[in-house]
Design a protein around this ligand. Structure first.
Ligand code: AMP
Ligand code: MG
Length: 489
């Protein structure tokens, strides 16, 4: 059943709210004092077939604030669990509410979620609220990821609430409207597998298959196909992260989606200097979620997902475990092959040779040794300007560079197509930490959103190599203090 609201063209369907009651809690957002629209994503609103004009008015602001429930919405807080830094715990939407699913005339379905909308039964000790800085950070980085071609949740709007929230200091409160193909997580399956019945687990799995993997619905063992498909999407996703130097920062199982979209932009950040041990998150003291560890953690999380599916994979537990293990064992090869083909493209290589892997690894180890900037090294190679990298002049790099040039000769494609392939795979700009911080500081401290809007503009087409992007490629001034990020609480 759908409900079309002519004014704002919300067209909500609430299929998740029709699942067993133990999966969620019906709840309204807690109203806020004086909401103000800070940023609104018009192209996304248009893609969602929403009425841009009315959403930019007070009516839209009150919806994004949770002060007005649009017609047809049926707000719920979703229950989920998760392994947080390896420890299993009950979680759930502690400060978010799913308003409903927006259906487009193309038959697409998008979750519309308010993040920072007040306390829920899953809030534990939290206040259910979010601060402006972290919500704008999520807006900037998630939209940058989308523009980079990486599957991700999106950001439709941020409003300020007119209320302050208490963290280490008092901060302006905000609500982000997040859009995703669903908010079903590995942790959602873990919750149902642990605290609900097998029948309910089957209901969740069938629902998720129909929503995200309809092509396998008729497979003989559709739950095994489901597991394999999720593995495939995560292997592709995490390879994409590695290829652009994205560090998620908090790869807990509740922050891994079943759809294969990146979710949860708390402590994430892009790496400048290439180093697999790079960690930005203040709470990741042991480097569990370091850049170089992400592919491994992806596999670990998928093993937890497979465990939650065991009762559906086979009625005999031992056989179920064996089936799950076989599927999981494919993950690392799949990841590696996604990563390798991405790296070949970054180096302008079209055909495959066995030595490519060694060529790639050798460049990375030289970059690590000489503290080269990840993005700018590939940018310099794209324009064949080795003199623009700190590697230039070192004997290792000279040797590598000659090998690479020889390698490019062993393919039929022209120099022009090689250059084009590299341009399409090496972003000119990424959301560099100092640029993101600069934009957030102007927004939060001075209510000046122009810095953020300019940044969003250059990030919206990261492969353009336009003139206006040039200044966004410069590195931060050297600093003795390592960059730190914090969970968006
Ligand atoms: P995250 O670190 O964002 O993945 O959040 C982990 C869990 O903590 C989720 O269940 C969140 O909903 C919950 N949470 C985070 N911040 C708050 C908050 N301010 N109030 C209530 N719950 C929160
Ligand atoms: Mg989370």
């Amino acid at each position: 059943m759908t409900n079309q609201n002519m004014e704002t063209s919300w067209n909500f369907d609430n299929s998740y709210a029709c699942l067993p009651e133990s999966f969620f809690t019906h709840l309204k957002p807690t109203p806020v004092r004086s909401p103000k629209l800070i940023i609104f994503n018009e192209p996304l609103a248009t893609a969602l077939e929403l009425n841009v004009h009315s959403l930019k008015s007070d009516e839209g602001t009150s919806v994004f604030a949770g002060n007005r429930i649009p017609e047809g919405a049926s707000p719920i807080a979703q229950a989920y669990a998760g392994h947080q830094f390896g420890h299993f715990t009950m979680l759930g939407d502690g400060r978010a509410l799913l308003l409903g699913e927006q259906l487009t005339t193309k038959g697409e379905r998008f979750d519309i979620q308010l993040k920072g909308s007040g306390r829920t039964p899953y809030s534990r000790g939290g206040d259910g609220r979010a601060a402006l800085g972290p919500m704008l950070r999520e807006y900037i980085i998630s939209e940058a990821m989308h523009a980079l071609g990486i599957p991700t949740t999106r950001s439709l709007a941020v409003i300020t609430t007119g209320e302050t929230i208490i963290r280490e200091t008092e901060l302006p409160g905000a609500i982000l409207t997040r859009v995703s193909s669903s908010h079903i997580r590995v942790g959602t399956f873990q919750y149902v597998a642990n605290w609900c019945t097998i029948e309910e687990l089957r209901i969740l799995a069938d629902y998720t298959i129909n929503r995200h993997y309809p092509d396998i619905a008729a497979d003989e063992n559709r739950y095994l196909s489901f597991l394999k498909e999720v593995i495939k999407r995560q292997a592709a996703l995490i390879a994409k992260w590695q290829l652009v130097g994205f560090i998620h920062g908090v790869m807990n199982t509740d922050n891994m989606t079943i759809s294969g979209e990146t979710i949860d932009y708390g402590p994430c950040a892009f790496m400048d200097t290439y180093d697999p041990a790079t960690v930005f998150s203040s709470i990741d003291r042991k480097g569990r979620y370091a850049y170089g560890n992400q592919p491994y953690i992806g596999g670990w999380n998928l093993a937890r997902f497979a465990e939650s599916l065991l009762p559906l994979l086979h009625k005999d537990e031992e056989q179920a475990v064996q089936i799950a293990q076989e599927a999981i064992s494919d993950y690392s090869d799949q990841y590696r092959s996604n990563w390798l083909s991405g790296m070949r493209a970054k180096l302008g290589i079209f055909n495959e040779e066995e030595q490519d892997e060694a060529l790639i690894e050798s460049l990375l180890s030289i970059m690590q040794k000489y503290h080269a900037d990840y993005t700018n090294t590939f940018r310099a190679l794209t324009f064949d300007k080795p003199e623009d990298t700190v590697l230039n002049g070192t004997s290792e790099f000279t040797q590598w560079y000659n090998q690479w040039k020889e390698r490019l000769k062993r393919q039929e494609e022209s120099a022009d197509s090689t250059h084009q392939l590299m341009r399409n795979n090496n972003p000119a700009v990424i959301p560099r930490n100092h640029r993101v911080e600069e934009a957030l500081e102007a927004a939060v401290k001075k209510e000046d959103y122009s810095v953020m809007n300019r940044l969003l503009h250059v990030l919206s087409n990261p492969y353009a190599y336009s003139q206006e992007q040039a200044e966004y490629c410069t590195l931060p001034a050297p600093s003795g203090i390592p960059y730190r990020t914090y969970c968006g609480t």
